[in-house]
Write a protein that binds this ligand. Structure first.
Ligand SMILES: NC(=O)c1ccc[n+]([C@@H]2O[C@H](COP(=O)([O-])OP(=O)(O)OC[C@H]3O[C@@H](n4cnc5c(N)ncnc54)[C@H](O)[C@@H]3O)[C@@H](O)[C@H]2O)c1
Length: 331
């Protein structure tokens, strides 16, 4: 089977992608690049690959099949669009784009050039959530009628210092809540048709140009309601909290553990692994496997990526329109 030749742009979380390529026998890490040339030089030594002086040297390189984009959010659309127009496949950090217009254009480019794209929506790789999905599919919840999820970031420095603070297009919904939007859609196999959102920036005392807290309500066509909160400035360890309520079963996942509760009120513990960061490479691995053999499904498809993005962009619109309920257009 052919080896997929990869280039990585941006070496924050992008370093993990570079490491995944090196550890994947189906991939070959050709080049990496970063604004910080010294960082790029050190990592090129560590991973035994070449350095690109600029992202364009990866995007235009005929010897690269897959461009892995882990740059700041505001570069994503432009880098992905040019890579696709050059005939490359793309693995992109979330959010893939920052606006609805960019989402439409990117979708059009992917179709026009028949390329594949996937995104690093990592919660799907977590055994705890995989077990929960199996439990939902087994029918043991009977009817899931309400889901409550919280993205407790617990790393306030990430929004008070650095590029997120400077990036005019940064959104805590598209940048963080997107993980829980994707998780809920994937767990239930359903897509919401309406969303509303409100937020504030009290936790950081208004030091950010975006709301550091947001609350989203997702309404699904069958009546299911999901509420997601995203906390940029909370006093809490980094954590993804989830409560799922069915007519015959309830699931809780919070700092005190993961539990099932049945109709008799009996509680049993769930021991499967969370957050299982050591398994997060499986999202990129599965995409590389898909590129080598198109019959092998990617864990996160283009539709999955655009669906969660569509929900987040509609939520962002609602936030700007005073919590108005917005009909979601899927790109
Ligand atoms: N999927 C996830 O769980 C997850 C987690 C963290 C970050 N991210 C995403 O990854 C992206 C990067 O975030 P981060 O936390 O790694 O940031 P970071 O600041 O830790 O690292 C980003 C690195 O990329 C470099 N860079 C940025 N734009 C570049 C460009 N155009 N050309 C060359 N180098 C560039 C910077 O110099 C920096 O070294 C963001 O889009 C973020 O949302 C995703």
């Amino acid at each position: 089977m052919r080896q997929i030749r990869c280039g990585v742009i941006g070496l924050g979380i992008g370093e993990a992608h570079a490491a995944s390529c090196v550890n994947n026998p189906g991939a070959h890490l050709q080049k990496i690049c970063d604004f910080d040339h010294e960082k790029a030089r050190n990592l090129a030594k560590k991973y035994n690959c070449r350095i690109a002086a600029h992202a364009d040297d990866i995007i235009n390189d005929p010897e690269i099949d897959l461009v892995i984009i882990a740059s700041y959010d505001s570069y994503h659309f432009e880098q992905a669009g040019r890579a696709i127009a050059n005939g490359k496949d793309v693995y992109i950090e979330k959010p893939a784009v920052c606006t609805a217009d960019q989402a439409k254009q990117l979708r059009g480019l992917i179709k026009k050039h028949s390329r594949s794209i996937s995104s690093n929506l990592v919660l799907r790789t977590c055994p705890l959530f995989q077990n929960l999905k199996e439990e939902i599919q087994s029918g043991s919840f009977k009817d899931v009628y309400y889901i409550q999820a919280a993205y407790l970031w617990g790393r306030v420095y990430k929004i008070l210092d650095g590029w997120r603070k400077e990036d005019p297009g940064y959104s805590i919904i598209a940048g963080a809540a997107v993980h829980l939007v994707d998780l809920i859609c994937w767990l239930t196999g359903k897509l919401p048709d309406r969303v509303s959102a409100c937020g504030n920036r009290l936790a950081t005392g208004g030091k950010t140009h975006f709301d550091d807290f947001a609350a989203l309500r997702l309404n699904f066509p069958d009546g299911l309601i999901a509420e997601i909160t995203v906390h940029g400035g909370c006093a809490h360890p980094h954590f993804h909290e989830l409560r799922m309520y069915g007519s015959e079963k309830t699931f809780y996942h919070d700092l005190s553990g993961s539990r099932w509760i049945n109709l008799k009120g009996e509680i049993s513990n769930e021991a499967s692994e969370y957050p299982a960061k050591n398994l997060r490479h499986l999202a990129l691995d599965s995409f590389i496997g898909h590129l080598a053999d198109k019959t092998a499904p990617a864990m996160i498809t283009a539709d999955d990526m655009f669906n969660s993005l569509s929900v987040c962009l509609a939520a962002e619109r609602s936030l700007k329109q005073n919590n108005e309920s917005i009909h979601i257009n899927y790109y």
